[in-house]
Each structure stands twice: as structure tokens, then as C-alpha cells.
Design a protein around this ligand. Structure first.
Ligand SMILES: C[S@@+](CC[C@H](N)C(=O)[O-])C[C@H]1O[C@@H](n2cnc3c(N)ncnc32)[C@H](O)[C@@H]1O
Length: 175
């Protein structure tokens, strides 16, 4: 995030993190690079995304969302149907959501969620992964760790359609 903000000084970023340690960590990195173009919001992304107006963002990035492995915790996964609809609501039409994960089962769910929502087109084709390295050269911490350790991970890019296909209305959800 800090590297991306520094590389794109004319863009404005919003970073959402719920753990204070990581929020402070980002704050320190930004201070070191001198970047002033990031608002850090502390809290649950699922709730905070609902506070933004429709078509606010030119891109949404979700890097290595927590997998919540245990069956009884699966419902805590960030990328459920409601969250994907919120991503569609806050993204400008024609703009993209970028997701990467090293949990391949979760990746398949992400493909189904975005494509099945009717609001997004997978740029790589149905149920395919992509590679956005050339488009986004800055790597997240986890991404660097995966590369260092040889852990496979996948990247996905979904473009927000002008109108949803067989999709419900994009209304701000609550709760
Ligand atoms: C596996 S780490 C990945 C961190 C970073 N995105 C990267 O790629 O290096 C997942 C991060 O997402 C944060 N997180 C998970 N669920 C969240 C939620 N619902 N709202 C805000 N932050 C969340 C966790 O606190 C953690 O810092």
C-alpha cells in the first residue's frame, strides 16, 4: 500500500484495516515515504464499505483476504455475496476489482461470487485467473512472502459492468 501510494502521488487511496498493529505499521511506512495520499480507516471492511457513496472508487483491491479455514468460521470470510455487491456499488462502472489469494479453494469461491453477481466481467474469461504484474508492479507484503517462499497464489481482475446482468438493484445495504 505504501509503495503503491508513493508510486502514484496524484491518486488518493483509502486503506481499510481492522488490526491496530497493521494500521500503525502502514502509518509509519507512509510517514517514512512522505506519502500523504492515503486515508487509513480502522475497522471492519464489511461495515466501512457501506459508508461510501455509489461509484466512488476507480479501483478496489483485496489482497490475501483472511481464509478462515475452519468450517464454522467460513461465514466470516470477507468476500461473500453482500460484500461483492457493495464492491459493485462503490466502484465506478468500467473500473476494476483486483483480488489475489494463496488459498486456491477461496479463489474459486471468489470467481463464482464476482462472476455470479452479474455485476462483473472477469477480464481473463470465465473462471480464469489473470496476472496484473505489469499493470500493478508494487507488491503487497504477503505477495512478496509468497514469492520468497515459493507459495503459489493467484490473481483475479473483475471489471464492473455498466449494468448488472440478472442482478438485483445496487442499494446500500445495512447490518
Ligand atoms: C493475510 S493479511 C494480508 C495483508 C495485506 N493485504 C497483504 O497482502 O500483505 C489479511 C489482512 O486483512 C485484514 N482483515 C481481514 N479481514 C478484515 C476485515 N473484515 N476488515 C478489515 N481488515 C480485515 C487483517 O487484519 C490482515 O491485516
Amino acid at each position: 500500500m505504501a509503495a503503491r501510494a508513493a508510486a502514484n502521488p496524484r491518486a488518493s487511496f483509502v486503506a481499510i484495516e481492522r488490526r491496530k498493529k497493521w494500521g500503525d505499521d502502514l502509518q509509519q511506512k507512509l510517514a517514512r515515504t512522505g506519502a500523504t495520499n492515503v486515508d487509513i480507516l480502522m475497522g471492519d471492511a464489511n461495515e466501512l464499505i457501506r459508508t461510501f457513496d455509489e461509484a466512488t472508487f476507480d479501483a478496489v483491491h483485496i489482497h490475501f483476504p483472511d481464509p478462515w479455514w475452519k468450517r464454522r468460521h467460513l461465514r466470516r470470510r470477507l468476500l461473500d455475496r453482500h460484500f461483492v455487491t457493495e464492491v459493485a456499488r462503490v466502484l465506478k462502472p468500467g473500473c476494476a476489482a483486483y483480488v489475489q489469494t494463496d488459498v486456491l479453494d477461496y479463489a474459486k469461491v471468489v470467481l463464482f461470487r464476482f462472476e455470479g453477481s452479474g455485476w462483473f466481467e472477469n477480464v481473463a474469461g470465465p473462471l480464469e485467473y489473470t496476472n496484473w504484474r505489469e499493470e500493478i508492479p508494487e507488491k503487497s507484503l504477503r505477495e512478496m512472502r509468497c514469492e520468497r517462499d515459493g507459495t503459489p497464489f493467484v490473481q483475479m481482475k473483475f471489471v464492473r459492468r455498466e449494468t448488472g446482468i440478472d442482478a438485483g438493484k445496487l442499494e446500500r445495504t445495512t447490518g
